[in-house]
Design a protein around this ligand. Structure first.
Ligand code: ZN
Ligand code: ZN
Ligand code: ZN
Ligand code: ZN
Length: 107
């Protein structure tokens, strides 16, 4: 699997996408960047898609145990496939605050 480096430290794997900064961050940089002040605590962030590792997630599929962005979700669960109505999916919303709810169960 292709892993995405953190925009901030460029050494760890990015797992969080900040919508305000348009930045992909690892867990420790996310905490670092978003604990600076009250304003940064309000930044809405999302986890990064388990499939493409490039986009903020939009959907969680409990059947696949994956969180997916809009593109990967429609690829995996397109309306002509059985997965689209058999898989238990729900919409994800971003989170704010610190620390992020990153550990299991993540959502
Ligand atoms: Zn980092
Ligand atoms: Zn931010
Ligand atoms: Zn994706
Ligand atoms: Zn699924």
């Amino acid at each position: 699997m292709m892993l995405l480096p953190c925009d901030y430290c460029d050494s760890k794997t990015a797992v969080i996408f900040c919508h305000v900064d348009s930045a992909k961050l690892c867990i420790s940089c996310d905490q670092h960047v978003h604990s600076v002040n009250a304003l940064s605590l309000k930044h809405v962030r999302s986890h990064i898609c388990d499939n493409c590792r490039n986009e903020p997630v939009a959907v969680r599929c409990a059947t696949d145990n994956l969180v997916l962005c809009n593109v990967c979700d429609s690829n995996a669960h397109n309306s002509s496939s059985v997965a689209s109505f058999l898989h238990a999916r729900h919409r994800l919303h971003g989170f704010s605050g610190c620390p992020p709810p990153s550990k299991s169960p993540p959502f």
